[in-house]
Design a protein around this ligand. Sequence first.
Ligand code: SF4
Ligand code: SF4
Length: 403
Amino acid sequence: MSDDTQNLSRRDVMRLGATGVAAASVSNVPAMADEKAAPNKLPKRRYGRTGMEISWLIGASDWPKEIVPRAVAAGVNYWHKAQVWRAGTLPPVLKAQPRESYYLECVVDRVNGDHMHGRIDEEQHYQFVKKRVAEAGVGYYDVFKFHFGYHSVEEAKQNPGMVRAFERLKKEGLVKHLAISQHHYNSIGGDMAWEIMDYLADHQPYEATQFFYTFGDRKEVAEWIDVAKKKDIGTIAMKTMGGVGRASHDPKFRKLLADPNYQGSAPAAAMVKWLKSNPSLTAAVIATRNFDQFRENMGAATTLAMGPQDHEALTLLAGYNKGLTCVLCAQCVSACPEHIGISDIFRYERYARDYHDIERARKEYAALTRNGTSCVGCGDCLSTCSQEIDIAAKLKEVHRLLA
Ligand code: SF4
Ligand code: SF4
């Protein structure tokens, strides 16, 4: 979110927060008795078969470095994409602690190409992690996470390179647990994330998973979270803030939200509370660009229960998102005869519009072999979109934004 959005968020919290909190306390919705939560401290949940107790909000290496000490003080004990830190850039607040008091995750990408076109290569993945451990001086990574995941169940069956690299590293004490960050690959004839994760849970040594999940998402994602809990597979939700950034920035939405019906709820905090109200979900990773966002997310995650006004605010947001914001469900992708990665393109649009990271959005968009200009306007995708997005028109608009 931009500074403007955050000023709004801060003002809104100041103007509306007291009534919102009061409303929550009189709403007959009991404050959740958070598992293992000290007052004002983040709760921790078991990260599936890893057995690790990780903070409900996890941190990420791309958070501003000034936030890291505050996050550690608030109870964040798991750091996503920690492989980007070297010995000189590992946050001092982590260096100062015993190594076993925090968890570092190393994400491992395909080689010789991106997540669509790159390949799995046991030796290169092994060497990559080994090198990063040495450069960071951290001794080991707690989690080896296959970034972007398999294209299909079939690929997972046929190509054991990632698992073998993990097993070699584990034997040497350089990694401890195996996890996956899984995308949908129906645009290239592959499988949906939950199909692949379900297979891995039953047939391979994966212990935890990460995937897209936001309010209004497809029911299969929520079902996967419950299945994963039963199978003791950890779950981290990502890309959770569907439409929050643009809605908070839009004067029309802000005006609607000022209605007493919403009693001070703000969409970002409501989203955090909604996610956390799912006891089967281990944790969430939320893009955080400044202190205001951090405070808002942390406040919602530590002290506030989901109230009726939050449901109202999320329903308002869902209405606002209709026709506008892609929830990355990938339902449309298999309907497209041009094999356009529609949900990838709209994910980049979300980087630009919701996270205000236009640079990253343009970089990712530029790497596509088929972009918005490949759309022939046939309309085959239209009926598949639960968000009622005019996909062909939006592809043109996004191309203008990101090309
Ligand atoms: S309208 Fe465009 S995006 Fe939709 S199915 Fe046709 S070619 Fe694909
Ligand atoms: S455009 Fe619609 S159907 Fe396609 S991924 Fe987005 S929300 Fe799903």
